[in-house]
Design a protein around this ligand. Structure first.
Ligand code: PLP
Length: 389
């Protein structure tokens, strides 16, 4: 097939495609392994074997124990669950520290708790590359700090935080540490034996080639956890409701698949990233990389392009069969000025030209090169509409 007839999907930080290997697992689970994992006859215990094997796979891939993994509907649920578990137990009004560039599923529940008067929220700024200001972070702790929530890697600009240091600082002040690792699980190697100051960690399967609506919360043994749903007592009595075994099996398979592919794609991804940064920044005047150039995810690059309106750019690229994004969109699908770009110090006028390209193991260099050329052409067309350049 000619490349111009293909759909070129480069928005993997939003969601990722399910590879055939994982799809086959889902179908065979739906077809043959339909038993309720909590039923006591053979078909049930067969489903339960798959459920617990998947828990073991997920746990071992991040350096956790099986009994530290709770399956959820995704990271939004995992984030909320961790917060309510820690914060509902407090007698006095505790303080919570987070960063200005967290995902809405971290910022919104915390702001909600603050509005209700249940917590004091301290939001720490980042520098121009999206790295947390450690000096401000250190100053934010006091005796009332019970919880810190910092993301591993940012979903819009790909900047990676020094989680080892930040979690160690939190523990040294007696606070629990939660990490939203949605953009990193399946993309970075995790070992919670090494990152042993992380108490809670959230992930969503669809960011690493699993299905949507399934994820997990890691809770270090001994850390507070309140039941989220009461009922039949599934998930170690913490989240009642019959587990979605086909999707849980698929999540475990997707995690193994992604980490296996990662070994082979490490250098390629770096080359693709360098190619995109070099090509777009040299061929498009007023195009600037956002985020850190040294501490960043290698499957994501993000830019702001002067004098370009992202909505128009994305529409033109969509007509060419290329899916990229601005980095953030609200549920209505319309683009809002990103709080992340604001936090790294960009003016609203500059942020209106945001572009995020995130590729996967299912892409090829040919696609990357083709998309880069189409982006260059589309920027020219955008600018010709306004006559600014
Ligand atoms: N955290 C981060 C960093 C994300 O990028 C996302 C989704 O984009 C989420 C949390 C929420 O994940 P989900 O929508 O799967 O619950």
């Amino acid at each position: 097939m000619d490349i111009s007839e293909k759909l070129i999907y480069l928005d993997n930080a939003a969601t990722s495609q399910i590879p055939d290997e994982v799809l086959r697992d889902i179908l065979s689970q739906l077809q043959y392994n339909f038993g309720n994992p909590n039923a006591k006859y053979k078909v049930g215990s067969f489903a339960n074997d798959f459920l617990e094997t998947s828990r073991h796979v997920v746990a071992s891939r991040i350096g956790a124990l099986s009994n530290e993994i709770y399956f959820t509907s995704g990271a939004t649920e995992s984030n909320n669950w961790a917060f309510y578990s820690v914060l509902n137990q407090q007698e006095n009004v505790p303080s919570v520290i987070t960063s200005a560039i967290e995902h809405e599923s971290v910022l919104e529940p915390l702001k909600h708790l603050e509005r209700e008067g249940k917590i004091k929220l301290k939001i720490i700024d980042v520098d121009g590359k999206g790295r947390l200001l450690v000096h401000d972070y250190l100053k934010a702790f006091d005796s009332s700090t019970v919880l810190v929530s910092i993301m591993y890697a940012n979903n819009e600009i790909g900047t990676i935080q020094d989680i080892e240091l930040l979690s160690q600082i939190a523990h040294s002040h007696g606070a629990l540490f939660h990490c939203d690792a949605v953009q990193a699980v399946g993309h970075e190697y995790f070992d919670l034996h090494i990152l042993n100051n992380i108490d809670y960690l959230s992930a969503s399967a669809h960011k690493f080639h699993g299905p949507k609506g399934i994820g997990f919360l890691y809770v270090k043994e001994g850390c507070p956890l309140n039941p989220l749903l009461y009922g039949g007592g599934q998930e170690m009595k913490m989240r009642s409701g019959t587990q979605n075994v086909p999707y849980i099996v698929a999540m475990a398979e997707a995690l193994e698949w992604s980490l296996y592919k990662k070994e082979h794609y490490e250098e390629l991804f770096e080359a693709w990233q360098n190619y995109l940064i070099d090509t777009l920044c040299s061929e498009i005047s007023g195009c600037m990389l956002t985020g850190s150039s040294s501490h960043r995810l290698n499957h994501l690059c993000s830019f702001v392009i002067d004098g370009v309106d992202t909505e128009t750019l994305l529409m033109l690229l969509d007509q060419d069969g290329i899916c990229v994004s601005a980095g953030s969109a609200c549920s209505s699908g319309s683009l809002e000025i990103s709080h992340v770009l604001k936090a790294i110090g960009l003016d609203d006028s500059v942020s209106r030209g945001a572009l995020r390209i995130s590729y996967s193991y299912l892409n090829t260099f040919e696609e990357i090169k083709y998309a880069a050329q189409k982006i260059i052409d589309a920027v020219k067309r955008c600018r010709s509409f306004t006559g600014d350049f």
